[in-house]
Design a protein around this ligand. Sequence first.
Ligand SMILES: Cc1ncc(COP(=O)(O)O)c(C=O)c1O
Length: 487
Amino acid sequence: MTKSKSKIPSPFNPEVFRKEGHILVDTLSEYLERALSGKEMAVLPWNDPDHLAETFSFDSAGSEEESLDAFIKRIIDNSIHIHHPHYIGHQVTSPLPAAVLVQFCTTLLNNGAAIYEMGPVNMAMERNVIKRFGSLIGYIPGFDGIFTHGGTAGNLTAMLAARQVKTDYNIWEDGVREMNRPGYIISEQAHYSVARNVKIMGLGDESIVKVPVDRHFRMRTDRLEEIKTAAEKKGIRIISVVASSCSTATGSYDDLEAVADFCEKHELWMHVDGAHGMGVLFSEKYKDRLKGIERADSVVIDFHKMLLVPALNTLVMFRNGERSFETFAQKASYLFQKSQENVWYNSAIRTIECTKSALGIIAYTALKYYGNGYYRNYIDSRYDLAVTFSLMIKSDSKLQLAVEPESNIICFRFAPEGYNDLALNQINAEIRSRIIKEGSFYIVQTELEGKIWLRLTIINPVTSKDDLKALLKIVSEIGKEEVRKMA
Ligand SMILES: Cc1ncc(COP(=O)(O)O)c(C=O)c1O
C-alpha cells in the first residue's frame, strides 16, 4: 500500500515561514536600533486618519504582490515608536525584546488559557507569577490571582467579586434589586474604567460615589465616613472602596492604610487599582507608597505598563483566593467537569474572557530573565528622573508644575506671567498639538480643575535627563511663539 504524502497547504509552508521569519527578525532588530537611538525618525509619523485608512485599503481577492517584509515595513513606518526615547506619552511600555520573542512563539502555539488542557504551560507559569506577587504584596498564604486582558477587565473582575461577596443573596444569579443597590466609593481621580465598570454592571450613576481629592490629587480619606452616610441616605448600599495606586492623570498614590482602616471598620471590599503604579513593589526606595497594600481584598497590576511587557497583560490578585471563584457563579458545564470546580488551573471559571492569550508565559518570561533587581533599578531610575524633571520645571519661571510627582507621571504647563487660564489652556493645547505633529516628542495633555497641563509618563527605560531638557527647550520655544501670536 502506498502511503499518500500529506500536502501542507502553502500558507502553512514551514520553509516560507523560516525565510520570512528571519527577514522579520532582521527588520525588527534594525528598527529597534533606530528607535532606541531616537535618530532620524519622528516619534509619531503624523497622518490624517482618513488618508491613512485610504493608504491601507485592500483587495478582497487577496494579493501576494507586496512581500511580507515590505508590508511589515509599511506598518512600522506608520506606527508610533514606543521605544523612541522621546516617547513619553501614554502609559504603554516599550516591551522587553525577550518578552516579544516569547510572545512570537506563544502566538504560533496559540494555546489559550481558558482551561488547563488548552494552555498547560501558561497555567503553570501563571501559578508561579501569582506566588511571586503574593509575596511581594505581603499577602499571607491563601491568596490567589488570575490574568486578564487589561486593567479595565481586571478592575471589572475584582469589582464583580466585591459585589458578589458583599451581597447577602446571589446577585450574580438573581440580579440587582432596586432596594439593595450596591455602591462603590471611588476617587474623583480614579481611572475612567472604574466608573465605567459600575455602569457595565448596570448600576448607573448613583452607584458611583465619588470622593474629592486633596491638593496632591489623592483621595480625601477624611471624607469617607460622611460620603458613605450621604450615599446610604439615598438608598445606596456601599460595598467597596476603590483606591488608586497610582492615579492616571497625576500619578498620585492614595493612602491605602486609611482606606484599609475604613474598609475594615465597615466590612467593605478594598480594591486597589494598581494598574500603573504597582511596579514600586520592587523598589526599596518607593515601596512606602503602597503601605497597607497587604490589606487590600484585590489588586490590579498591569504588566504592560510599568513591567515592560507587551500589551495587554494584567494580573488581578485576591487576598483570599477563594473569593475569586465567587465572581462568576455561572457554570459552563461543557468546559468544567463537576469534580474540577474551584481548581486554580481552569482560568475561565474566574475571568470575563473565555479564550485568553498566554499572558502568564509572557509575564513569567520578563520576571525570569530580568528579576527583581532589574525592575528595582528600572522603577527607581524612572521615578528619580521624574523628580529631576520637576526640579528643572521649578527652576524656570515660565513653567509651572501641577503637583510634586509621586511616580513617573508629571504634569506641567507653560505659564508665563500675565495670562489667564483660558489663554494658557489655548497655548498649552497648541504646544502639545504642534509637538506631536512635528514628531520630535510624543507627550499627552490632561485637564485638572479646568486647567490644561502637558503630561509625561517617563516609562521608556532609555529616556534621559538630556531628552527632557530638549523637550523643555521645545516647549518654551513653541510657547513663546504662541504667546506672540496672541499679542
Ligand atoms: C490607573 C489605571 N487603571 C486602569 C487603566 C486601564 O487599563 P487598561 O488600559 O490595561 O485596560 C489605566 C490605563 O491607563 C490606568 O491608568
